[in-house]
Ligand binder design. Structure first.
Ligand code: NAP
Length: 288
């Protein structure tokens, strides 16, 4: 299957490398050309397309990994005029379920398929083929491309019709907000109790409250290192999508709403590009 990828950011770049290593990568396009040139130093030879439409014209399967709803819309708008029937577009970006459904309709008007396929597992998962992918759209289209997707994701789960992948990702992001609040609050308490933080992370991480975030971010955050990982600004974008979806369902999300306020404080202080564990910055005792 001739496969292309649009968007070579923190996630798209390692995804492209894994597609290349598996022999699936036909071409790439990135808005900032220099990033594609950097990829070409690791994946040689690399076909760098001149536009999203030029890439679409060469591929049967196109992955998109860009930032937000408007960016996905723009990519679909640019590809639509040249989209061949039976082309499959897999959007791994985290966007609203409503946008995913609208994109699926537009793409279907060309006889092609759009799958919403957001991923979880972070940059580490993207590098190590450790991503979990939750997919909405046409089940038969997913089965056609499952083998190719296995080059980038360790688990690929079909969730239901268009938008179901993004709705599932929203569940993941709401849970991640709660875990971030719990871990940063608990570790700031440990610090206030003057406990040895490394030992706290080790022993608590091995018990019933242990979790991925504590095990992977506990040591770095308590040493004031907040390199992404998953950027505050991106999680903020995702949580805004979640609250919009919850509002439509008349469901309050208090922890998510509090996390949005906290992230806004971090972004205003210039920490939007740090890892979400930078929430620890806000959890200081007034005695510190
Ligand atoms: P990123 O590092 O900020 O990269 C964003 C990519 O999108 C870049 O290649 C950027 O191109 C491109 N882009 C943005 N706006 C565009 C536009 N209007 N037209 C064309 N290209 C555009 O973001 P990321 O961390 O890779 O995340 C990508 C998506 O995956 C997001 O939806 C994010 O929520 C989701 N995600 C991220 C993580 C994570 O841990 N980072 C985990 C799971 C899911 P330029 O190079 O020109 O800026």
């Amino acid at each position: 299957m001739r496969t292309g990828i649009i968007g070579l950011g923190a996630m798209g770049f390692p995804i492209a490398i894994n597609l290349y290593k598996a022999g699936h990568l036909t071409g790439v396009w990135n808005r900032t050309r220099a990033v594609a040139d950097t990829l070409a130093t690791q994946c040689n030879p690399l076909n760098i397309a001149s536009s999203p439409a030029a890439l679409a014209a060469q591929c049967d399967l196109i992955l998109i990994c860009v930032s937000a709803d408007a960016d996905v819309r723009q990519m679909i708008d640019e590809m639509l005029p040249v989209l061949a029937p039976n082309t499959i577009i897999v959007d791994t970006s985290t966007i609203g379920a409503d946008t995913a459904r609208a994109m699926a309709q537009q793409v279907a008007s060309k006889g092609a398929q759009f799958l919403d396929a957001p991923v979880s597992g972070g940059v580490e998962g993207a590098k190590n083929v450790g991503l979990v992918m939750m997919v909405g759209g046409d089940a038969a289209a997913l089965e056609k491309i499952r083998t190719t997707l296995q080059a980038i994701a360790k688990r690929i789960v079909y969730m239901g019709p268009s938008g179901s992948g993004q709705a599932t990702k929203a569940v993941n992001q709401i849970m991640a907000a709660g875990i971030n609040q719990a871990v940063t609050e608990a570790l700031s308490f440990a610090r206030a109790m003057q406990l040895p933080l490394e030992k706290v992370i080790d022993v608590v991480g091995g018990g019933a409250a242990g979790n991925w975030f504590l095990n992977h971010r506990g040591a770095t955050m308590t040493n004031n290192h907040y390199a992404p990982g998953f950027k505050v600004a991106l999680h903020h974008k995702d949580l805004a999508i979640c609250t919009r979806m919850a509002h439509e369902a008349n469901l309050p999300l208090p922890v998510t709403e509090m996390t949005l306020i906290h992230y806004e404080k971090l972004m205003a202080a210039g920490y939007g590009d740090e890892d979400i564990s930078a929430l620890f910055r806000l959890k200081k005792s007034s005695k510190e």
